[in-house]
Design a protein around this ligand. Structure first.
Ligand code: HEM
Length: 344
């Protein structure tokens, strides 16, 4: 997009936002889910160019502090964007707390005792509200935080399309049914991603997000003690790694003990995750199965990313943009929440 086209789009958006704010309830009828009906404006990187040019700097300054204090926070924030986008699109539904009208997604199986980073998002939001009141959506904050966390951990940067708006609803059942579980087969994983408009290339590249962060024992226990209902470990697990994992994750109890998804460099965004998979040291079944799932494309991709970090970074960035484009609310659909935990 040329500079002048981009600026024109921003200007039009600003003008229309001004009109809509002075005429509450006035709706032009464009935007909406994935361009369904009416004219639909896409997301674009310059969205806050005039309304909050310092947005990314504010996000980065909060992230720098939070990640310096606790490197794992980068991983937690990256995952938060994923869990947001896979449930009714990237609309910050995952951030909503329980209320009279909302059943929070935080209680869903894949999220409970697991997703984290909400306080960091709150801090970013309150700083942004001070600088540019009711301008930067929580959904965009999640996307900015995911990109910033990747960069601050040593991973790739990318031009991030912006302009998402926040939902007024959440979906507990959507979280339970749309977020892939760690024991999924390769065919299952492909299906979960396809449902979101993502392909196998996206699946393998985005799984590379597991180059940072931790998983709880309960998410890989089955592999250690009873992979196929025969009381035997998963035979694709490398032996010394398997013995190490058993000491962190006993057969009974210890469900919340944590282990790094990439034990080689758990806080560094690199391609070690794929190298470990080649060595039979993927932590989750869903990680290892990218190689052992008997699907040529995915197997080749794991090998290519293990060999060539730049290639992985390039594809990860592309797939993150694609994931960030899942059904955003745009135009006058949804709202810009003042507090990410509740609707206005
Ligand atoms: C392919 C399907 C996926 C499955 C089955 C899966 C599953 C999991 C599981 C079970 C955990 C550990 C949760 C816990 O123990 O509390 C986890 C952590 C994580 N996931 Fe995924 N995930 C998938 C895809 C992704 C994607 C697409 C991303 C981002 C691009 C991602 C980023 C992360 C990160 C960064 C962590 C660590 C979080 C932390 O330390 O707080 N995952 N994932």
């Amino acid at each position: 997009m040329s500079f002048s086209t981009a600026s024109l789009l921003v200007l039009i958006t600003c003008l229309l936002v001004t009109v809509s704010q002075s005429h509450p309830g006035f709706n032009f009828g464009w935007g909406g889910h994935g361009g369904s009906g009416g004219i639909s404006f896409g997301l674009f990187p310059e969205f806050y160019q005039f309304t909050c040019p310092q947005a990314n700097d504010i996000v980065m300054s909060v992230l720098e502090k939070a990640i310096a204090e606790e490197p794992r926070m980068a991983a937690s924030l990256l995952r938060l964007h994923f869990h947001d986008c896979f449930v009714q699109g990237c609309d910050a539904s995952v951030l909503l707390d329980d209320s009279a009208t909302i059943t929070s997604e935080k209680k869903a199986g894949p999220n409970k005792n697991s997703i984290r980073g909400f306080e960091v998002i709150d801090e970013i939001k309150s700083k942004l509200e001070e600088a540019c009141p009711q301008t930067v959506s929580c959904a965009d904050i999640l996307a900015l935080a995911a990109r910033g966390s990747t960069v601050l951990s040593g991973g790739p940067n990318w031009e991030l399309p912006l302009g998402r708006r926040d939902s007024k609803t959440a979906s507990l059942s959507g979280s339970n049914t749309n977020i892939p579980p760690p024991n999924a087969t390769l065919a299952n994983l492909v299906t979960f991603f396809k449902r979101q408009g993502l392909d196998e290339i996206d699946l393998v590249a985005l799984s590379g997000g597991h180059t940072i962060g931790m998983a709880r024992c309960v998410t890989f226990k089955q592999r250690l003690y009873n992979q196929n209902g025969n009381n035997q470990p998963d035979e694709t697990l490398e032996k010394s790694y398997y013995f190490g994992l058993k000491s962190v994750c006993p057969k009974s109890g210890g469900d919340n003990n944590i282990s790094p998804l990439d034990f080689g460099s758990p806080a560094k965004f690199d391609n070690t995750y794929f190298k470990l998979i080649l060595w039979g040291k993927g932590l989750l079944f869903s990680d290892q199965v990218l190689l052992t799932g008997n699907e040529k494309n995915s197997m080749e991709l794991v090998k290519s990313y293990a060999e060539d970090e730049d290639f992985f970074f390039e594809q990860f960035a592309k797939s993150m943009i694609k994931m960030g484009n899942i059904k955003p609310l745009r135009g006058f659909n949804g709202e810009v929440r003042k507090n990410c935990r509740r609707v206005n």
